[in-house]
Design a protein around this ligand. Structure first.
Ligand code: 5GP
Ligand code: MG
Length: 182
């Protein structure tokens, strides 16, 4: 994808759905959720790359109990702005999670397929407990009946970018969540 100008690049951003301020105000809820899980056993925040890297870095700074951070990568293949249904785990965790309270940090739950796949894999490794925090939830689009333990924002069936979420690799660095349209 190429853009002739910054104007062309930004012309695909049709409107802001959730502002940077609104996101900032909700982050402490996620921090408190994680703090409350602490019972003397370590907490492991698992970020699903790439979409959740911004959310993870903000959440991590709201946590005050001992925690470690690990990354895995799952790719859901897209045809334009619609999920194809194919999910691949392209990078696995590099540590044993059996001694951790695991908290998965997700950017968005759409059809639910990515989350269902990752949960199935991680639960076979017997973590002490398992929770999922998602920034965004699009319940209207669900194919697999699954939900997060904490969801910061519910949004309608729109394709959104920003705050980690991309279109064709772009727009992840926008500080807000916006609707993308061509
Ligand atoms: P699911 O497997 O739940 O259908 O999709 C989850 C993944 O699809 C997300 O982690 C994200 O990478 C991508 N996705 C789903 N909806 C959107 C959206 O509105 N915008 C962007 N940029 N990615 C999305
Ligand atoms: Mg993702």
């Amino acid at each position: 994808m190429e853009f002739a100008s910054k104007n062309e690049y930004m012309s695909r951003i049709s409107r802001v759905i959730i502002s940077a301020d609104e996101i900032r105000q909700r982050l402490p809820v996620a921090g408190k959720f994680i703090d409350d899980l602490y019972d003397g056993h370590p907490i492991l925040l698992v970020s699903i790359l790439k979409g959740s890297f911004v959310f993870l870095s903000d959440i991590a700074r709201c946590v005050t109990v001992p925690c470690e951070i690990e990354f895995m990568e799952a790719k859901s293949y897209y045809e334009g702005t619609k999920s194809s249904g194919v999910v691949n785990i392209t990078m696995d965790l590099k540590c044993d999670i059996s001694n951790f309270h695991v908290v998965m940090i997700e950017d968005i739950i759409d059809t639910g397929r990515t989350l269902a796949n990752v949960i199935k894999l991680l639960k076979t490794r017997k973590p002490l407990s398992f929770n999922v925090i998602t920034l965004l939830d699009k319940p209207e689009r669900r194919v697999v009946p699954i939900s997060a333990d904490l969801s910061l924002f519910t949004i309608p069936d729109l394709f959104v970018v920003g705050y980690g979420l991309d279109y064709g690799g772009y727009y992840r660095n926008l500080p807000y969540i916006a609707e993308y349209s061509e």
